[in-house]
Design a protein around this ligand. Structure first.
Ligand SMILES: [Zn+2]
Ligand SMILES: [Zn+2]
Length: 262
């Protein structure tokens, strides 16, 4: 986006993403990773993120604070022995960790990104990521992101339970975005209570609630995200069908999916 590499979360998809970044870059560059939270499924790919192993690269990692530990230390723990043989501080790339305030704009002006208070109107001619931390996901909450560049907007809102976050606030955050990539893990609000591994509060949203929120926020397109790994392709297709009865411009995220915004 606007000459910046922006990556949202670092699940296993970050592994091919990192390979592609290094392969396509003419020279070592800088990549910015925005973490929603530190649950395993969002940081699993970090340990094998190729730019971090490539001399000359810079990896800037943004994410929410982690109560009592600190973001940099919590990330370092992911790579500690006995769980991993290569400590983060030994990586050849320059790693910069930036803890995000609960609400903030990250402005990608040169030579390096800076923070602007959320109440300030951000510039429109450079990429801006607006972060908003909410408690609607089991401890310690989750950060949602809204990326804006030259009038185009993408919202990335994963691991959020819209039954626990007032819909009006979500609608305000996602208002008129071109694309909203939204948690829609459950087939129904009752599903978590039927899962073998209780408790019921895993902090996700049902497909119908996601579609209703997208309709309410008047967005361009809804992308259903955070599929349960046990779900079959046929079930995901069924999710699309259900969501489209509420909000027709819906599709389910698939590995390798490309969305072009011009
Ligand atoms: Zn989570
Ligand atoms: Zn998750």
């Amino acid at each position: 986006v606007g000459g910046c590499h922006l990556v949202f979360d670092a699940g296993t998809g970050a592994i091919p993403c990192g390979v592609e970044l290094c392969r396509s870059a003419e020279r070592p560059s800088r990549v910015h990773l925005f973490l929603s939270h530190l649950h395993h499924d969002h940081v699993e790919g970090l340990r094998h993120f190729e730019p971090a192993y490539s001399p000359g690269w810079e990896c800037w990692i943004f994410g929410p604070g982690t109560a009592g530990i600190g973001l940099a230390r919590a990330l370092g723990m992911l790579m500690q022995s006995p769980w991993f043989p290569k400590p983060m501080r030994s990586l050849p790339a320059r790693i910069v960790v930036r803890k995000l305030p609960p609400t903030v704009h990250v402005v990608f002006a040169r030579p390096k990104p800076f923070f602007l208070p959320a109440r300030t109107a951000p510039p429109a001619d450079v990429p801006v990521v607006t972060a908003r931390h909410v408690r609607a996901h089991p401890k310690p909450g989750v950060t949602l992101y809204r990326l804006n560049y030259r009038g185009r907007t993408v919202v990335y809102a994963t691991d959020v339970d819209l039954a626990r976050w007032p819909q009006a606030e979500f609608v305000q955050f996602a208002r008129r975005a071109d694309v909203v990539i939204l948690d829609a893990q459950y087939s129904s609000p009752e599903e978590p209570r039927q899962l073998p591994q209780r408790p019921s509060q895993w902090g996700h949203t049902s497909v119908r609630a996601a579609a209703e929120a997208a309709r309410e926020a008047d967005v361009g397109e809804l992308v259903l995200f955070h599929h349960d790994p046990r779900r079959s392709d046929a079930e995901i297709t069924d999710f699309e069908r259900v969501a489209r009865t509420v909000f027709p411009a819906t599709r389910a995220a698939r590995e390798g999916m490309e969305l072009q915004l011009r």
